[in-house]
Write a new protein. Structure first.
Length: 164
């Protein structure tokens, strides 16, 4: 292993998993202020994606030849409040859990509390789907028969296919 690769490996291993509010703030900003109401939903989503790409931080670390991170820094994980929005309690759980925790700083909490949660509460894909489900389905869900229903993952992350 070259010294450059060794240094990059050490930097990667030393980076702390954390939640980044950047994408959540950008998607919220777009849907608050830049949406064209005559556009179809697919066009709105395409424009929101363009807005994120045009405005997100680009992470280029020293000595890297292949660059790019999901968030603004190594191991800074973006959120997708348009799918399901994390509550302040969710953020606290992520911040304090022992296995695969994600640090949540005060600035991120404040962004969620003041901007992201108030805008997305009741507007997420999860919220809209849950409104359409029957009372029987909700009873089964509350009993724990269904889990991971867009609670923490993007659509299609867990797909049973023909196994059920």
């Amino acid at each position: 292993m070259t010294s450059r690769i060794q240094l990059l490996r050490e930097q990667s291993l030393a980076a702390i998993n954390r939640i980044s509010a950047e994408r959540g703030l950008l998607i919220t900003e777009f849907y608050k202020n830049h949406i064209a109401f005559g556009d179809s939903v697919p066009v709105q989503r395409a424009k929101s994606f363009r807005y994120i790409l045009e405005n997100k931080s680009i992470c280029i670390n020293d000595l890297e030849l292949i660059v790019g991170e999901r968030g603004p820094a190594p191991k800074a994980t973006p959120t997708y409040p348009e799918i399901t929005v994390h509550s302040l309690n969710d953020l606290e759980i992520l911040n304090t859990r022992e296995k695969v925790g994600y640090s949540v700083d005060d600035e991120t909490r404040k962004a969620f509390e003041d901007t992201i949660i108030p805008f997305w509460n009741g507007r997420t894909n999860r919220d809209r789907i849950m409104k359409t489900m029957s009372a029987n389905w909700h009873e089964a869900y509350d009993a724990g028969i269904f889990t991971e229903f867009m609670e923490q993952r993007a659509p299609g992350h867990t797909v049973a296919g023909y196994k059920i």
